[in-house]
Design a protein around this ligand. Structure first.
Ligand code: ASP
Length: 355
């Protein structure tokens, strides 16, 4: 469903933003029958945020059909989002994506890889409380996201030409974000990278940490081929040999993210290491990502990490699991050669690792 709102008289090339609604709590209301939260018609959302009318800009909107709880997000949504942004790229100064919080960090991460040479803000936001609730955080989140998506410097260039998450007065790089709170308004953190902006009385931009590396002479290109044959193996004390075997050697995966302890450590038991070696010798891409919220993987510190490195496991540095998935989906979609994927995993492509 496509809806258009003209909130301001047309000027010559007015500032314009496209609000893209995918679903999530921000656009939900209680079903009178059973009390559960269900999506409602997006046309109501601008009536719920009349403050947006105070911005001197054109605000258009586009709603996905169907709108979904973000637990149902699939790669097809990311492909549609990337295509929509590509299609409308020249018509808008920036894009605001309204998305459920549960998988927002996954979507923002993968979009950062899918959008090549992005020179405009793509700001994800949502809310913990539906927009119709008196104490909703949704209004503040949308208003800040719209302001950031259209903010320009004194030369008329976008302040934040990146895929970001704007939540609870903070602007985070999308591929550094994790959802850390299921119920509080401070739902997202960027544990290994500074905030790109904070919204107080004014919005303060942290320019030295914002990426401005796009080429103005070239437009946006998109990568929509994604290979999702990735499994995640979260280590824990007591993990069984069978469980590790099923995930590491399962036919369905081309890559496995090993969620390891601390700075990239794993059990030193012979059966574990021999399964890792076997997976590596079958050509699987094995990526070491720490379970810790902050800090990074260094497989040279402990013998247990070193053994993984020697077995052919790739260092994930300080990447989040969300971002590691997006990076793998994108790289494996682009490259049939696993050695090429491994090589690129080690590189900082979109500010997702500190390297
Ligand atoms: N379950 C919702 C979703 O992710 C939660 C939210 O939006 O905050 O779509």
């Amino acid at each position: 469903m496509k809806l258009n709102f003209k909130l301001f008289p047309e000027k010559e090339k007015p500032t314009a933003v496209l609000l893209i609604y995918t679903g999530g709590t921000i656009g939900m209301k209680a079903d009178p029958q059973d009390g559960t939260l269900k999506p409602f018609d997006f046309s109501g959302i601008l009536e719920e945020v009349p403050e947006l009318r105070k911005f001197a800009m054109r605000i258009d909107s586009y709603a996905f059909n169907p709108i979904i709880d973000s637990s149902d997000v699939e790669p097809s949504l990311w492909q549609s989002l990337a295509s929509l942004i590509r299609e409308r790229y020249d018509d808008y100064d920036g894009f605001v994506v309204l998305h459920g919080t549960d998988t927002m960090a996954y979507s923002a991460s993968v979009l950062s890889f899918m959008l090549e040479n992005l020179g405009k803000p793509v700001i994800f936001t949502g809310s913990q409380l539906p927009i119709g609730e008196p104490r909703t955080d949704g209004k503040e989140n949308i208003i800040s996201a719209v302001e950031i998506a259209t903010a320009k410097d004194s030369h008329g260039h976008p302040m934040v030409p990146e895929v970001c998450i704007c939540f609870n007065s903070q602007l985070l790089r999308g591929n550094r974000s994790v959802k850390v709170n299921a119920t509080g308004f401070d739902a997202f953190k960027s544990p290994n990278y500074p905030l790109l902006a904070t919204a107080g009385i004014n919005i303060k931009y942290n320019n030295s940490f914002i990426h401005y590396g796009y080429d103005r002479r070239k437009g946006l290109t998109i990568h929509t081929l994604l290979d999702t044959r990735v499994s995640v193996l979260k280590l824990h004390p007591g993990i069984t040999e069978q469980a590790v075997r099923d995930i590491l050697l399962g036919d369905g995966s081309r890559a496995v993210i090993l969620e390891t302890y601390g700075s990239g450590n794993a059990p030193s038991r012979p059966w574990f290491l021999s399964l890792v070696r076997e997976a590596a010798s079958r050509g699987k891409i094995l990526l070491n990502v720490t379970q810790c919220l902050s800090g990074d993987v260094d497989m040279d510190i402990y013998a247990t990490g070193r053994a993984l490195k020697d077995a052919g496991v790739i260092c994930g540095h300080d990447i989040t699991t969300e971002s590691a998935l997006g990076k793998l989906f994108y790289l494996m979609g682009e490259h049939a050669d696993n050695e090429k994927v491994k090589d690129l995993l080690e590189k900082n492509l979109k500010g997702e690792i500190s390297k």
